[in-house]
Each structure stands twice: as structure tokens, then as C-alpha cells.
Write a protein that binds this ligand. Structure first.
Ligand SMILES: Cc1ncc(COP(=O)(O)O)c(C=O)c1O
Length: 450
């Protein structure tokens, strides 16, 4: 490993000082595992943010970056969107939380019911894990059954993390390997059971092994690739055959493929769906929507929280959903994704390295031409390190937002020309370690496709 800025702090000196203090005061240093600096190039990538505007963020050292992670998916229109923020400011003037239901609860419910195919009734939450936990509680309550078959990532709550009590590899393919369900009651062992994405037999087996006990199938219907032909229809049929509720976790797909949710694009209408992140352009908000028959029993269940109806989040959600439609943002993100893939692949061809940028338009990822997973991760770390120096913050995948456009494609393309060449040299001369200024990044969240 080369000795450079990384050891001394260099261009991110203030970030690194603050990170040390954060580690002393906050266990793990961050609130979200995806924000842990060890996932990026620690010592070179920005650690602490000061502000954001449109597609860009600034760190506490004053460095500017395009944020290719879009606030881990939660910013969909761009940072500090003027229309959403005006709606938020207007709501702040009128009050945030009330002793009685705020009128925006109805307005947002009407909007969701009108737009999302499976939505006949609505409950709110404050985040993605929160929304998934509400959906699971309602599904369990309305079926009178306990077990959940799941695929993908669904948050930090006990119902999901309990999967690793039955086998410590249960979350390997859905979240990341090596998770210990510390603090999750062992009594929940066997209540959340994984199945393999794209494999109907795996799901059918789980249903057979747990006949009459499955409340719901909770799944990310897709992430970075389209589902195999007929797969989701097959999942739906199995749920119907076994009397289980089909829940789509649309937290990460959000409203990127369509302003009415991914279920409109995929053509399979689940019984329930969970939304958060992009629903409110970064403000804390979540929603669980579903068919009346499944949702209505929730009136008898203890599903209740003071902040689920807080009006700033509601105002942000109404404004975000309205703007997504009037700006046709899904199409903008599609075009940006197509242009991004074309540019990066052209740059790779130009410098003569077989790197490919592939995947669904709004969430493409890079593939390096090496099989060895350790080398792959080192090259990924080198990419993150060198792109950060050139004003691009991100992983080896891209989570687009509608504020990104031609200027960002040009900037990432120009940076990638130099960085891909460096990666090509490292593959050829085997000296990636000499070029790495940081420890290898830790590859958390390896779920579904990437
Ligand atoms: C599909 C999915 N579900 C649930 C969650 C959890 O959301 P939150 O971090 O808001 O609790 C995430 C977060 O990445 C997600 O991608």
C-alpha cells in the first residue's frame, strides 16, 4: 500500500479527524452501515458531509463531488430540490406534528391509492425497515400465521435479522456474509426463512416445508437486473396456492423505474408493497400500501407511532411524488443511465480494458475482467479511491437521481478515462497494491444481483 494522504488525512483531513471522534461517540461511527467509510476508500473518500445541491455534495473539507449513491437511494430529484424544500418550509411554518390527524395524511393516501396498482389502503412509517416491519406485522396479523419467506434486504428489525439464528449463512446472499444476529431474540429462530431469487423451486420447497405456516413472502421484486421471464408470476401463484400474502419491498427500486412504483413496470400486482427512501427526496417517510382485505385487519392491531403522521415528511412525499410525475423524472433517469453506460463502456474500449458497465438503467454497475474476488475488490477499491480524487463519490455501482445530466456524465467519463487506464495497468502488471493508498473496502450489502 502506498503511503500518501490516507495516513495523514490529506485532502480529507477534517473528515478524518471528525471520523475519529465519531467512532468515540457513536458505536460504528455511522447510523447506516452503507455509510461506513470502510465501504469506500477510507482515507481518500469523503467521510463527513456538509451540504448538497442537485447532483453534488460537499464534504467538511470543502471538496465537491457528484454523489453517485444519491444519499443511498433516498434522494431521487437531487439534493435540496427547490420545490420539495419549499413545500417542507411551508409545512414547517404551519407546524410539524399534531394531536389530531393532519390533512396531508389523506392527501398522500389519495395519491398513493390513485397511482399504485396494489394500493387500496395505506399506512405510514418513517423509513424502509420501519415500513417492512409494519407490512410483516399486518401480514402476520391478517393471516394468523408467523413465518415469513424472504428474499433480498429488508432492514434492521428483529423479524428479518432473526433469519441468521437458524443458520448463520441465511443472510449471506441477501445482505452480506458473517452477520451475527446479536441482540435479536433466539426465540425467533426459524420464523424468517430465505429463498433464492429467480428460483421458483427454492420457494416451492420452502412452502412445502412450512405448509400452513407461511404468512407472507417478502421480496425485493428486482434490484439491478430485470427478473427472469415469468418468475414473479410464479411467485404470485405459489402465494395464492398457499394462502400467503405477497409483499414487494419497493424501498430500493422506489419510484425510479416509474412514478407509480416498480410493480407497474413488472406487471405483477402484489398484495402489499413497502416504500420509503425516494418517496420523499431524503426526508424521513415510509408507506405500506395494499389490498383492502389484507390491510383492513390492521385497524385491530397495535401498529402505532407518534411520528408516522408527522406532517413535514408527508409534505415532502406529496411534493416529491407530484414533481416526479410532472417532470417525467423516470424518463430522465432512464436516459441518464443509458448515457452513463454508453460513455463508460466507450471509455473502457478507448483505453483498451474490458471493464463493462451493465445493469438496469437507473442502477447500473461496473464489472471488472478478473475472476479472483480479492483482486476484484482491490480493483474496486482503486476505482473508488481514484474517482473520489476526481470529484466522483460512489461505489462500483450507480444509484441515479433526476438532477444528474450531461455535465455529470462528462465529468464521470473524463475521470473514468484515467482511472480505467490505471486499472488496466494494474491488471497487466499485477501491481494494484502499489497504487492502493487505502485498505481494501469492505463489501457489505451484496444482495440479489449486486
Ligand atoms: C429493499 C430495502 N428494504 C429496506 C431497506 C431499509 O430501509 P431503511 O434504511 O430506510 O430502514 C432498504 C435500505 O437500503 C432497502 O434497500
Amino acid at each position: 500500500m502506498a503511503t500518501t494522504d490516507a495516513t495523514t488525512g490529506g485532502r480529507i483531513a477534517r473528515s478524518m479527524q471528525m471520523y475519529e471522534r465519531l467512532l468515540e461517540l457513536i458505536p460504528g461511527g455511522t447510523q447506516l452501515i452503507s455509510r461506513r467509510p470502510t465501504r469506500f476508500a477510507l482515507g481518500v473518500s469523503p467521510v463527513v458531509a456538509s451540504r448538497g445541491k442537485g447532483p453534488r455534495i460537499w464534504d467538511v473539507d470543502g471538496n465537491e463531488y457528484i454523489d453517485w449513491c444519491s444519499a443511498i437511494g433516498s434522494v431521487i430529484l437531487g439534493y435540496a430540490d427547490p420545490v420539495v424544500d419549499d413545500a417542507v418550509r411551508a409545512q414547517i411554518e404551519k407546524g410539524a406534528n399534531f394531536s389530531i390527524t393532519h390533512e396531508l395524511e389523506l392527501e398522500l393516501a389519495e395519491l398513493l391509492v390513485e397511482r399504485i396498482p396494489c394500493a387500496e389502503m395505506v399506512r405510514y412509517a418513517r423509513g424502509g425497515g420501519d415500513a417492512c416491519a409494519v407490512a410483516v406485522r399486518i401480514a402476520r396479523g391478517s393471516t394468523g400465521r408467523d413465518k415469513i419467506l424472504f428474499c433480498g434486504y429488508h432492514g434492521w428489525h428483529d423479524w428479518y435479522q432473526a433469519a441468521n439464528h437458524a443458520s448463520d449463512a441465511n443472510l449471506d446472499q441477501h445482505l452480506f456474509p458473517g452477520i451475527e444476529p446479536i441482540g435479536v431474540p433466539k426465540a425467533l429462530a426459524g420464523t424468517a426463512i430465505p429463498f433464492a431469487y429467480g428460483d421458483l423451486e427454492s420457494l416451492a420447497d420452502r412452502f412445502e416445508q412450512n405448509a400452513g405456516e407461511v404468512a407472507a413472502v417478502m421480496m425485493e421484486p428486482m434490484r439491478s437486473e430485470l427478473p427472469p421471464e415469468g418468475y414473479l408470476e410464479g411467485v404470485q401463484q405459489l402465494c395464492r396456492d398457499h394462502g400467503a400474502v405477497l409483499i414487494f419491498d419497493e424501498v430500493s427500486t422506489g419510484f425510479r423505474p416509474s412514478d407509480a412504483g416498480v410493480q407497474t413496470v413488472l406487471g405483477v400486482v402484489p398484495d402489499m408493497a413497502a416504500f420509503a427512501k425516494s418517496i420523499s427526496n431524503g426526508y424521513a417517510m415510509g408507506a405500506v400500501v395494499g389490498r383492502r382485505e389484507v390491510m383492513e385487519p390492521a385497524a385491530q392491531m397495535f401498529v402505532s407511532s407518534t411520528y408516522w403522521g408527522e406532517a413535514v415528511g408527508l409534505a415532502a412525499a406529496v411534493a416529491t411524488l407530484t414533481e416526479l410525475r410532472s417532470r417525467n423524472s423516470a424518463e430522465t433517469m432512464r436516459q441518464t443511465g443509458v448515457a452513463l453506460k454508453q460513455r463508460l463502456n466507450a471509455v473502457a474500449d478507448e483505453v483498451g480494458v474490458a471493464i463493462r458497465c451493465r445493469g438496469i438503467d437507473y442502477h447500473p454497475h461496473l464489472e471488472f475482467p478478473v475472476d479472483d474476488p480479492v483482486l476484484n475488490n482491490k480493483l474496486g477499491t482503486l476505482y473508488v479511491q481514484e474517482m473520489a480524487k476526481r470529484g466522483n463519490h460512489g461505489y462500483t455501482s450507480f444509484y441515479l437521481n433526476a438532477a444528474q445530466g450531461a455535465a455529470e456524465i462528462d465529468q464521470v467519463g473524463d475521470a473514468a478515462r484515467e482511472v480505467f487506464a490505471m486499472i488496466g495497468d494494474s491488471i497487466e502488471d499485477g501491481r494494484v497494491d502499489d497504487r492502493l493508498e487505502v485498505e481494501q473496502r469492505q463489501e457489505f450489502f451484496k444482495r440479489l444481483v449486486i
